[in-house]
Design a protein around this ligand. Structure first.
Ligand SMILES: Nc1ncnc2c1ncn2[C@@H]1O[C@H](COP(=O)(O)OP(=O)(O)OP(=O)(O)O)[C@@H](O)[C@H]1O
Length: 262
């Protein structure tokens, strides 16, 4: 049996005073590259916060939220298995942080590096090799705030990859990137899937779903309203219902796009 990366069963969760999830259940196994797709307000960010242990559900006797089979994680330990890449972090680094600081901060799951943190030679070598792999080694001394959004996004991916995690969770991977930068970045995501890392992508944009994603989970109003193969889920009818707007799906070379139906 394959290991479950995410195993959520009947959880209730609040964001502020809003009950976002009521009896939500979702399982994602190793090797099942998945997109969680839903409109604004459907609960995607709340789900990401639950999975990154920033938010805790309200448990009842029948509920659980397990990541790699465990109910409780130390965040640093969890990042070694589940990397999270979100541009939310892009705003959080101090102006003095350089590319290399962003990479090394991954070892402590921290924002930026701090004087009390020590890094071994192995960790520094790993950071260097990941930067080389991602094509960002030449930028390691550049201030993070002086990089393009695409370059920053690669450093944030590198920050997650220093641990060589089994799975990666991407929050709107190409937000803010132009078309070429988006496609270059998605090529990297595709390579990661090809190298046996399981990718879970959370988004409201169809165009950032790489062809290798097999499973689509549709969310609306804090509920899962569809879960299945891409060909069954990414239909004009299903997506018009999810986004409450008459839409037409266009598929070209394994990529999808949404247009108005008329
Ligand atoms: N701090 C908060 N206080 C009250 N309600 C909140 C809070 N955060 C989120 N909500 C509500 O919870 C629901 C789910 O929000 P969430 O941000 O998880 O959705 P989302 O799918 O990530 O949306 P988006 O795509 O716009 O980021 C929304 O109705 C939102 O208004």
């Amino acid at each position: 049996m394959k290991e479950k990366i995410i195993d959520i069963h009947n959880i209730t969760a609040y964001s502020g005073s809003t009950k976002v999830f009521s009896d939500l259940s979702l399982k994602i196994e190793t090797g099942c590259n998945t997109v969680i797709l839903g409109p604004n307000g459907s609960g995607k960010s709340t789900l990401l916060k639950l999975l990154s242990c920033e938010l805790h559900p309200v448990y009842n006797p029948d509920s659980h939220l397990r990541i790699f089979g465990r109910d409780r994680w130390n965040v640093m330990e969890l990042r070694r298995r589940l990397g999270i890449v979100s541009d939310d972090l892009q705003r959080d680094y101090l102006p003095g942080a350089h590319g290399i600081n962003v990479m090394l901060s991954g070892f402590y799951a921290s924002i930026d590096t701090w004087q009390y943190q020590e890094f071994s030679n192995e960790e520094r070598e790993k950071a260097e090799s990941v930067m080389a792999e991602l094509g960002i080694a030449a930028l390691k001394e550049r201030p993070f705030c002086a990089m393009s959004t695409g370059q920053q996004r690669r450093f944030l991916l590198g920050r997650a990859l220093v641990h060589d995690p089994d799975a990666l969770l991407f929050d709107e991977p190409t937000a803010g990137l132009d078309i070429a930068a988006s496609l270059h970045y998605l090529e990297t995501v595709r390579k990661l899937m090809g190298s046996d890392k399981t990718v879970v992508l959370v988004t409201h944009h169809l165009h950032e779903i790489p062809p290798e994603i097999e499973r689509v989970v549709l969310m609306k109003g804090g509920r899962i309203v569809g879960d299945g193969k891409k060909s069954d889920m990414l239909t004009s009818e299903a997506l018009s219902g999810v986004f409450d707007y008459p839409l037409q799906v266009v598929a070209v070379n394994g990529y999808f796009q949404l247009l108005p139906a008329s």
